[in-house]
Design a protein around this ligand. Structure first.
Ligand code: ZN
Length: 264
């Protein structure tokens, strides 16, 4: 696991670096805050999140997947899935349950307190993909345990999924201007920067769409896909949080009195 973790970590690191370069050369949206300011803030917030992912989220998944494998527990063990289909089926189920988890993060008040930190970013780029409160990741350890116990993926598949998931998250948060036709063609299969940008819009109806992480089919399935939007420029963030927040404020945010993100 350690060797795979190192390999996977390197792959994700390279993807982040490549996306940082391409979003610099071909930006999709005009920035409203200085890039250096946001990079510093997001890096500080990301530090705690990265520690929780490596020390808790990934190990929890591995331990539960190992136990499920030994005990023959989970859908992939109960269903007579042909050997060649177990991995694709497992990937689909893991990706779908992350769609569900993302929606829950917006719907359940306790989860939203933490997920809100990610949505208060006033620009969207590859650094936003790392800006998650450590508490959100800690809470997602519980979801990961349930997800893996119900699906029963092989440990190796779970580790591959983690790399794919993190790379997809970096890609769709990036500020990379892909040619419109290419973005549209890709959006038929995976979540693209334009598609996920809509989810970070200040308009509540737009935020309540495009919850998918890797494959866009889950939004299509639940009729929550939104590729078209009004011609006016996309404003990133939440209406109630228009001032830039520093790392300390962001880390304290879930524990403060909440104000409605979309004041009436
Ligand atoms: Zn969200």
């Amino acid at each position: 696991m350690t060797r795979f973790d190192a390999l996977g970590g390197t792959a994700v690191g390279l993807a982040l670096a490549a996306l940082f370069l391409v979003e610099t050369r071909a930006p999709l949206r005009r920035r409203v805050r200085p890039r250096a300011e946001r990079l510093a803030t997001n890096a500080l917030v990301a530090l705690g999140a990265a520690l929780v992912v490596r020390l808790a989220l990934v190990p929890v998944g591995v331990v539960v997947a190992g136990a499920a494998e030994r005990g023959g527990v989970g859908l992939l063990h109960w269903w007579p899935v042909p050997a060649g289909l177990a991995w694709p089926a497992g990937l689909l189920l893991l990706d779908y349950t992350m769609y569900v988890w993302h929606r829950l993060n917006h719907r359940v008040p306790l989860l939203w307190r933490f997920h809100l930190v990610h949505h208060t970013d006033l620009d969207l780029d590859v650094s936003t993909a790392l800006r998650f409160h450590a508490g959100e990741l800690l809470l997602s350890c519980g979801w990961r345990a349930v997800q893996v116990a119900v699906i029963g993926p092989p440990v190796a598949l779970l580790l591959v999924f983690e790399v794919v998931f993190e790379t997809a998250t970096a890609f769709h948060h990036s500020n990379w201007r892909l040619p419109h036709a290419l973005d549209r063609a890709l959006a038929a299969v995976v979540v693209t920067p334009r598609m996920h940008g809509v989810h970070h819009s200040t308009r509540q109806a737009e935020t309540n769409s495009n919850w998918s992480v890797l494959l866009s089919c889950w939004d299509r399935l639940h009729r929550t896909l939104r590729l078209e939007r009004p011609a006016e420029p996309l404003v990133i963030g939440l209406p109630a949080y228009r001032d830039p927040l520093g790392a300390r404020d962001l880390l304290a945010l879930p524990f403060r009195r909440q104000r409605p993100a979309w004041p009436r």
